[in-house]
Design a protein around this ligand. Structure first.
Ligand code: TYM
Length: 332
């Protein structure tokens, strides 16, 4: 049985990109594999949230994971900071992670561009913490979206480096995973190719959005002036809408609008109306579940405690073995 792990940073509500990129794949696997799913709250500290926002976001992600269908009896669902062994492995892996390779990481370069006043060491070593998250449970399959591909490559590098350095075959190399055999990227509504939490207003559809705001966001989505003649090449924003449609609409609906596009008879207003209604059909049961779980503090506390215990058991075993391999010996 393989070990599967995935996680989400607690920086805000979950959106369709998180769902289709990571959660959906994970849900499909949770009954057959040894599965871990966690809330990356240490990671979220790189952007300096206030204590109130910090806690509220962790709670929100926990609620939304459960609403999306992660079963805490099947998978181990936990908060990263409840497992301090992860921080210890992060420290140990940092000794073998080099400045040059960390500086070359695309997501680091992007953060340097976006937040030049806050280029902290946590940002630089973000991929090391992510590697620690994964290999602490010796996970080999990691359901993630396309944007995490390079981080997974780095996690493999750190796992292999540890094995080589200590001449052991201890950590299995982890791989990014998606059922469709290719990692996906759900586009935003604002014409950008990625739906994301920290993108512009109106970029993302959140699982907790109500129908009115979904309609408003989708109707405002960026398009173009429409194809002038049959067979015209699609612009990026329109291609984005079709890609979103492929995630939430039936194949017949997608084919219908594709044909309309090819004939140059498409009306983007009709396409958006259909897309908005299909997104609403998809998210409504999730939103109802979110509201239900959000009101149940007792259940949330039970889930978090159970997850922390199970995760610490597995993480504790790894840390004991890693300490032994590295050469820590107790004097007492
Ligand atoms: P985060 O919180 O940015 O995103 C969580 C998951 O959602 C996926 N995702 C998307 N997939 C497709 N299309 C999109 N537009 C889209 N936006 C987000 C991401 O690929 C990811 O799978 N560093 C991670 C959190 C993390 C983690 C880990 C993940 C920390 N440690 C260990 C896996 C394993 C992150 O910031 O994801």
């Amino acid at each position: 049985m393989e070990t599967v792990l995935s996680g989400i940073r607690s920086t805000g509500n979950l959106h369709l990109g998180n769902y289709f990129g990571a959660i959906r794949n994970f849900i499909k696997m949770q009954h057959e594999h040894n599965c871990y799913f966690f809330i990356a709250d240490y990671h979220s500290l790189t952007t300096h949230p206030t204590p109130e926002d910090f806690h509220r976001n962790v709670r929100q992600v926990l609620v939304e994971y459960l609403a999306a269908g992660i079963d805490p009896e099947q998978a181990t669902l936990y908060v990263q900071s409840d497992v301090p062994e992860i921080a210890e492995l992060y420290l140990l892996l940092n000794m073998n992670a080099y400045k040059g390779e960390l500086e070359r990481c695309t997501s680091f370069k992007e953060k340097v561009r976006k937040q030049p006043d806050n280029v902290n060491a946590g940002l630089l070593t973000y991929p090391v913490l992510m590697a620690a998250d994964i290999i602490i449970h010796k996970a080999s399959k990691v359901p993630v979206g396309k944007d995490q591909e390079q981080h997974l490559e780095m996690a493999r590098t750190f796992a292999n480096r540890f094995n080589r350095m200590y001449r052991v075959d201890y950590f299995p190399p982890p791989y990014a995973f998606n059922f469709e055999n290719k990692l996906i990227k759900i586009p935003g509504l604002d014409g950008s190719t990625k739906m994301g939490k920290s993108e512009s207003e109106g970029n993302a559809v959140f699982l907790a959005d109500d129908p009115k705001s979904i309609r408003k966001k989708v109707m405002r989505a960026t398009t173009d002036s429409g194809p002038q003649k049959p067979g015209e090449k699609m612009s990026q924003p329109v291609e984005n809408l079709f890609n979103l449609m492929k995630a939430v609409c039936s194949k017949d609906t997608v084919d219908y609008f594709l044909q309309e596009y090819k004939n140059a008879t498409i009306r983007y207003g009709d396409m958006k109306k259909q897309l908005a209604e299909d997104i609403i059909s998809f998210t409504t049961p999730l939103r109802e579940k979110i509201l239900e779980i959000d009101a149940d503090n007792e259940y949330l506390s039970k889930v978090a405690r159970m997850g922390a215990e199970k995760a610490r058991e597995s993480a504790g075993k790894t840390i004991r073995e890693v300490r032994e391999i590295i050469g820590f010996r107790s004097f007492y």
